[in-house]
Design a binder for this molecule. Structure first.
Ligand code: SF4
Length: 375
C-alpha cells in the first residue's frame, strides 16, 4: 500500500503578523461552512486515498489551535472512518502561544494529536513586539511547559533569526532558552521578506532596515554549531531534532512521497502531478459546493523535473540514497555529476558513505549554491 501524507490548512488567525504571507484571515464567521467544505473535499479525494496508508496528518495554517478540539476531532475522524491509517501515524497541530491554555492542550492530546508545533519565533520581548506577535516570552515558555504537562512528548518550536537589530548574542540566547525547555525539535528560519506583507512595505519606506547580507550566514552558522553541540541533529537545511524525533510529515515532502493538501491554498502532489487550491475561504467553499473540489491549477512534472526535485529535496534534508535514485531514475545523474561530487567530497561539503550522499554542516551553509551546480 502506498504511503500518503495529509496537510490540512486552517486559515483562521487571531490577527495578521507583519511578516506573514501565509493565507489567513481574522474573521471566523465562516468556520461552519468551511468545515463542511473540508469534509466534502476529503471524501471526494477517495480515488487517491482509498489505496493508500495515511502516515501523517499535519494541521497547519493559520492557527489551527483556534478551532475547538471537537472540530479538529471531527476532521481526524473523517480519515479514521473512511481510509487506512498507519498505526504509527504522526498527527501534528500548529499552535501559537496565547491561543491555548493547559485544558485545551489536554483535549488536543486526548483526541489523538501526538505532536505540537508551536509558533514561538523568539523569546525576546522586543523582537516579539516587532513581529507583532500576541505573546511575550513568559507566555511562550508557559505554553511549551503546558504542552509537556498535557502529555506531549514531541514538541517543535518555530524560531526566526536575522531579525532587524538582532545580535548574535540575542539569537544565541533564544536558542539557549529553547533548549532549556521540554522540546524535541526546532525549525529555525531566517526572516524572509515576502511581497505584499506589512514588513516589506516598512522596508521599502525605509522605516525598518534589514541586517547586512552576510550576517544571515553568521547566524545560520551559529544555529548549526549551537544546536549540534546540544544534540539537536540537523536533518534538513532549517530543521533540527533530538535523534528519533524527525518530523514524519516533513520527511514525506522531502522524500518526494505522495501528499494531499486540503483547505484554501493547500498544495497536493501525487505521483507526477501537482495541484493547488484557490486561496480565499469563500471562494474555496463555493468551489467545493459547485465542483466538489477547489483546484485552482495543476501541472504534470516531466521525468527530468521529477529527478531534479527528488535530488534537491533529498540533499536539502537528510541525504540522497544512490540505490533509491538508481531504481527510480537510472544511474545517469550520478555519472554526469561524478567529477563535481568528488570535488565536493574533497572540500568536505558532502560525505559519501554506503551509497549515500549527505551535506556536511559546511555544505548546508552553501547548499543553494551547490545545488545549482548539479547537471
Ligand atoms: S499567527 Fe502565523 S499564520 Fe497567523 S498571521 Fe501570524 S505568522 Fe501568519
Amino acid at each position: 500500500m502506498k504511503e500518503i501524507a495529509i496537510y490540512i490548512h486552517i486559515p483562521f488567525c487571531d490577527h495578521k503578523c507583519i511578516y506573514c504571507d501565509f493565507y489567513s484571515i481574522t474573521k471566523t464567521d465562516n468556520v461552519g461552512p468551511f468545515l463542511n467544505a473540508l469534509k466534502l473535499e476529503i471524501l471526494n479525494s477517495r480515488e487517491h486515498l482509498i489505496e493508500s496508508e495515511i502516515t501523517s496528518i499535519f494541521f497547519g495554517g493559520g492557527t489551527p489551535s483556534l478551532l475547538s478540539s471537537q472540530n479538529i476531532s471531527r476532521i481526524i475522524n473523517v480519515f479514521y472512518s473512511n481510509f487506512n491509517i498507519s498505526k504509527n501515524i504522526e498527527i501534528t497541530l500548529e499552535t501559537n502561544p496565547g491561543t491555548v491554555k493547559l485544558e485545551k492542550l489536554k483535549e488536543f492530546k486526548n483526541i489523538g494529536i501526538n505532536r505540537l508545533s508551536i509558533g514561538v519565533q523568539s523569546f525576546d520581548d522586543r523582537e516579539l513586539k516587532f513581529l507583532t506577535r500576541i505573546h511575550d516570552k513568559d507566555l511562550a515558555i508557559e505554553t511549551i511547559k503546558n504542552g509537556s504537562k498535557a502529555g506531549f512528548e514531541n514538541i517543535n518550536l518555530d524560531l526566526i533569526f536575522n531579525l532587524p537589530k538582532q545580535t548574535r548574542e540575542i539569537w544565541e540566547l533564544n536558542l539557549k532558552t529553547a533548549l532549556e525547555l521540554p522540546i524535541t525539535h526546532i525549525s529555525a528560519y531566517s526572516l524572509i521578506l515576502e511581497r505584499g506583507t506589512i514588513l516589506n512595505k516598512l522596508i521599502l519606506d525605509k522605516k525598518v532596515k534589514m541586517n547586512e547580507d552576510d550576517f544571515d550566514a553568521t547566524l545560520y552558522e551559529t544555529t548549526i554549531e549551537y544546536l549540534s553541540k546540544n544534540k539537536f541533529n540537523q536533518y534538513e537545511v532549517s530543521n533540527f531534532c533530538v535523534e528519533g524525533f524527525e518530523c514524519a510529515h516533513n520527511l514525506a515532502y522531502w522524500q518526494h512521497k505522495n501528499y494531499l493538501g486540503f483547505g484554501p491554498s493547500a498544495h497536493s502532489f501525487y505521483e507526477n502531478k501537482r495541484w493547488w487550491n484557490f486561496s480565499g475561504v469563500k471562494q474555496y467553499i463555493n468551489k467545493i459546493e459547485e465542483n466538489g473540489n477547489a483546484i485552482c491549477s495543476d501541472e504534470i512534472l516531466s521525468a527530468d523535473q521529477l529527478l531534479d526535485e527528488f535530488v534537491m529535496l533529498a540533499l536539502r534534508s537528510n541525504g540522497l540514497g544512490l540505490e533509491t535514485l538508481e531504481k527510480k531514475f537510472g544511474s545517469n545523474w550520478y555519472i554526469k555529476n561524478k567529477t563535481y561530487i568528488n570535488e565536493l567530497k574533497k572540500n568536505k561539503y558532502i560525505i559519501e558513505r554506503e551509497n549515500f550522499i549527505k551535506f556536511t554542516s559546511k555544505g548546508y551553509l552553501l547548499c543553494d549554491e551547490i545545488l545549482l551546480q548539479f547537471k
